[in-house]
Design a protein around this ligand. Structure first.
Ligand code: PLP
Length: 469
C-alpha cells in the first residue's frame, strides 16, 4: 500500500513516511493509491472482534510497513479500558426507534478526537523509536484538538508537545484539562491573544524552514492521514453492532467541521461497508452543507465565521475536503489543481454539474442547525429518553431526523460529552450535565502553564530552550 498526493506531485510513499508529514510536498494531501475492499465474508468474521482487534484488522489494510504483531500491540495500547471509560471503547447508545448514538467520546478528553489521537500517540512513538528520532509537535488549539493531542502524547520519550492556547479564552473545564498535565514533555503556552493569533504564530514558526528543521517541528492537525485511517475503524464497528446480516444498510450522521470525521465514513463506504446515507451536519457555519446542497464550495473568511454554541464546528475552510473532491473528479490531480487555483482566484469553485453523484454515487446528504435547533434537540432528547447530549451531537441528531428511514438504523456520532459544554446544557434543560468520575476534582488540581505575550519571538525562544534534541 503506497500513498500519493491529491495533486499528483509526490513519489509513492509508505505509511510510515507520510505519518510524520503534514501537507504533501506539492501542497496536496496524501491518500492511498486505491482503497482496499472488504467483502461480506470478512465483515462476518469481524463480528466477534474487540474494538482493538478490529482496529488491527482495518488499519493493517492501510499500513503494510509495520509488522502486524507490532500494529496489534499499538492498537491494544491505544484502545483499552483505563484510557476509555467503557469496556467496549465505543458503546452504541440507543435513543429511540432506529436512532442510536455511536459513543465516540469515552476517551480522556471526552470528545471524539481521542479516537484518532490515542492511536497517533502510539504509532508516533513506535516509528520514532525505530528511527531513533524525536519530534516536537507545535500546534494551536481553542480546545478539543490540543487537549486530545496532549493526552495522547503525555509521557512519551521521543515526542514533546508545544501547544499554544488563547490566554483566558477557553472554558474553565478546558483549561483545567490541559493545564493540569504535569508531564515534562507537555508544554502549555497561554498566549495573550485570540486563537487566530496563536495559529498565526504557529504558521510563522513552522513556515521558517530552517527553524522547523533545526527543531524537528511536526504537527498533529486534522489532515494527518493516520488520524483519518484510525477513524475508519469506528464506522465498521458501528455497522457491526447494529446489523446481523450481510448487506444490511446503516446510515451515519456526522457533526462536521474540517470534514475529517465524515471523510473516514466516505472511505469506509468506498471500502464496501454497506452505508446508506452519510448525513453531513453543520452548525451556522454551513459552508459544507451549502456545497452538498448547491455544488458550490465557497469557504468564508475568519471574520465571517460565527462563534456558535457548537464551537468545535466553527470552521469555514474544511481542511480535509480536498480528499473527497479528489474522488469526485475521478481521482484526477490535474482537475484538483485547477479547482484549487480557482478557489484562490475566485474564492469558490462550482461542481454543480456533478451534483447527482453526491447522493447517488457517494450517499451524501446534508443539513444545518442553529442555536435554537440545538437547544430544542437537547431538550426533546432529554424529555423523551433521559439522555443528555452535547451541542455538537445535537446538530447531528437534528439533521439525522430529517433523513431517518424505516428499517435503516441511523447512528449519530456522539462527538463530545455534555460535561464539556455545561453552559449550553444548562440553558437547554436547566440542569448541569454529569461530570464523569475521575474528572470531578479536575479544577482543584495544580496547573502548569507558561503565559506569554502574543509575540512569535517569545514562543520561538521557549521552543529553542525546551525542544527535544
Ligand atoms: C472536531 C470536532 C467536530 C468536527 O469534526 P471534523 O472532523 O472537523 O469534521 C465535531 N464535534 C466535536 C465535538 C469536535 O471536537
Amino acid at each position: 500500500m503506497k500513498y500519493r498526493s491529491t495533486r499528483g506531485g509526490m513519489q509513492p510513499q509508505a505509511f510510515s513516511d507520510i505519518l510524520l508529514e503534514g501537507l504533501a510536498p506539492d501542497g496536496g494531501l496524501a491518500l492511498p493509491e486505491s482503497f482496499p475492499r472488504v467483502n461480506s465474508e470478512t465483515l462476518a468474521r469481524w463480528r466477534t472482534l474487540s474494538y482493538a482487534e478490529l482496529a488491527t484488522e482495518v488499519l493493517s489494510l492501510f499500513i503494510d510497513d509495520i509488522p502486524r504483531d507490532d500494529l496489534n500491540t499499538l492498537t491494544h495500547a491505544a484502545y483499552r479500558e483505563g484510557v476509555f471509560d467503557s469496556a467496549e471503547i465505543v458503546p452504541v447508545k440507543p435513543l429511540y426507534d432506529n436512532v442510536s448514538l455511536l459513543g465516540l467520546s469515552q476517551g480522556p478528553t471526552l470528545a471524539f478526537k481521542d479516537m484518532a489521537m490515542q492511536f497517533l500517540g502510539q504509532v508516533f512513538e513506535y516509528v520514532l523509536t525505530k528511527r531513533n528520532g524525536t519530534l516536537n509537535i507545535l500546534g494551536a488549539t481553542s480546545g478539543d484538538t490540543g487537549s486530545a493531542a496532549e493526552y495522547a502524547l503525555r509521557g512519551k520519550d521521543h515526542v514533546a508537545v508545544f501547544m499554544l492556547s488563547p490566554h483566558g479564552r477557553m472554558s474553565e473545564f478546558q483549561r483545567a484539562q490541559m493545564y493540569s498535565l504535569q508531564d515534562a514533555n507537555i508544554h502549555n503556552l497561554a498566549v495573550k491573544g485570540v486563537f487566530d493569533e496563536c495559529q498565526d504564530i504557529v504558521k510563522m514558526l513552522a513556515g521558517d524552514l530552517q527553524f522547523k528543521a533545526a527543531h524537528r517541528l511536526g504537527a498533529v492537525n486534522s489532515i494527518n492521514w493516520a488520524r483519518i485511517a484510525a477513524q475508519v475503524v469506528y464506522y465498521f464497528w458501528g455497522w457491526l453492532r447494529v446489523t446481523s446480516e450481510a448487506g444490511q444498510l446503516v446510515s451515519f450522521a456526522v457533526p462536521s467541521g474540517n470534514f475529517g470525521n465524515i471523510l473516514s465514513g466516505h472511505i469506509a463506504r468506498e471500502m464496501g461497508l454497506p452505508i446508506h446515507r452519510l448525513v453531513l451536519a453543520t452548525n451556522e457555519n454551513n459552508v459544507l452543507e451549502e456545497f452538498f446542497r448547491t455544488g458550490v464550495y465557497h469557504p468564508r473568511a475568519a471574520a465571517q465565521t460565527h462563534a456558535t454554541s457548537s464551537p468545535s464546528m466553527d470552521i469555514s475552510r474544511a481542511s480535509n475536503f480536498e480528499r473527497f473532491v479528489f474522488d469526485l473528479v475521478d481521482r484526477d490531480p490535474v482537475k484538483v489543481i485547477a479547482l484549487w487555483r480557482q478557489l484562490e482566484s475566485n474564492g469558490e469553485f462550482d461542481l454543480s454539474h456533478l451534483k447527482n453523484r453526491f447522493t447517488d454515487r457517494y450517499g451524501f446528504v446534508s443539513g444545518c442547525s442553529n442555536h435554537a435547533d440545538r437547544l430544542r434537540t437537547i431538550r426533546a432528547t432529554y424529555e423523551r429518553t433521559g439522555v443528555i447530549i452535547d451541542p455538537h451531537t445535537a446538530d447531528g441528531l437534528k439533521v439525522a431526523q430529517a433523513y431517518a428511514e424505516p428499517g435503516i438504523p441511523m447512528l449519530v456520532l456522539e462527538t463530545a460529552l455534555p460535561a464539556k459544554f455545561a453552559e449550553t446544557i444548562q440553558e437547554a434543560i436547566g440542569v448541569q450535565p454529569p461530570v464523569p468520575v475521575g474528572l470531578k476534582d479536575l479544577s482543584s488540581l495544580p496547573q502548569r502553564v507558561e503565559v506569554m505575550d502574543c509575540d512569535a519571538t517569545q514562543v520561538r525562544a521557549y521552543i529553542q530552550k525546551h525542544a527535544l534534541r
